[in-house]
Write a protein that binds this ligand. Structure first.
Ligand code: TMP
Ligand code: ASP
Length: 236
């Protein structure tokens, strides 16, 4: 399958149309941003690593009955995907308090949440992706109550699969962000699942092994990403 025209360029990926109207190619870049573009940089080989990890995790989720946009991994940086009408809702699932949950609500970082928290954010860079509830999403016309209920249930099911998978690889799945899209009459999981969109802490040492190393200049960013890749891909 060949790329034809560039459909969209985001912060971490480009999306291309293909000869097949129903299929697009996601190309993973090494560009990294944080805090909605306020911090910019590159992470060497991030695109290769995130494509490999995402393809593996989408395949795992498909095996557990989750419908995703993945068709196949085409090359190091390219993923062939079903074309989605992206739902402008970012779904965050949290197992352990970190990041904005700590800032916003005063949780102590590292507190294990008895029940995972699911949050919806409006996908809108100009507004800094504000936190919203179901009523906001429906009033804004970005999703229906029925769709939001599907997103929540899918996110909870995905969390159970991924938490177990990462625990076997000695990683705590602290939190992560998902995006979904409409495809004909179905809702599919889209975007990526990678150290850019998840927080992973080493099970034994709690060392951060994700984009927080870039966000907060902790060093060792590339090493952390490739160690996550190793645990995800090599420990089967
Ligand atoms: P947060 O604690 O900053 O709200 O982030 C929660 C999770 O969502 C974390 O794993 C990082 C991920 N995330 C993204 O993938 N994209 C974003 O734009 C933000 C803000 C968070
Ligand atoms: N992905 C977002 C950004 O670029 C935020 C983040 O991941 O921290 O800017």
């Amino acid at each position: 399958m060949q790329k034809t025209t560039l459909l969209h360029e985001g912060k971490a990926k480009k999306v291309f149309l293909t000869e097949e109207s129903d299929l697009v190619i996601q190309e993973f870049k090494d560009d990294a941003t944080a805090f909605n573009n306020k911090k910019k940089g590159t992470i060497a080989d991030k695109g290769v690593v995130n494509n490999a990890i995402s393809c593996k995790l989408f395949t795992l989720l498909e095996a557990h009955g989750v419908k995703t946009h993945l068709v196949e991994k085409l090359s190091e940086r390219d993923m062939l995907c079903r074309r989605l009408d992206i739902i402008k809702v970012e779904v965050v699932v949290r197992n352990i308090a970190a990041g904005s949950l700590v800032k916003r609500y005063g949780f102590t970082e590292g507190t294990v949440l008895d029940v995972p928290i699911v949050e919806f954010y409006l996908k809108n860079d100009d507004l800094d992706d504000p936190l919203m509830n179901e009523s906001h999403a429906v009033a804004l016309g970005v999703a229906t109550y029925e769709e939001l209920s599907v997103l929540r249930k899918q996110a909870e099911a995905i969390n159970l699969v991924l938490r177990e998978f990462f625990a076997q690889r000695k990683l705590k799945l602290v939190d992560f962000k998902l995006e979904f899209g409409r495809h004909h009459d179905k809702i599919l999981l889209g975007d990526e699942i990678s150290p850019d969109t998840c927080r992973f802490w080493d099970l034994d040492t709690n060392e951060k092994m994700d984009k927080d190393r870039f966000r907060f200049d902790l060093g060792g960013v590339e090493d952390a990403y490739s160690e996550v890749q190793r645990r995800v891909l090599e420990l089967d």
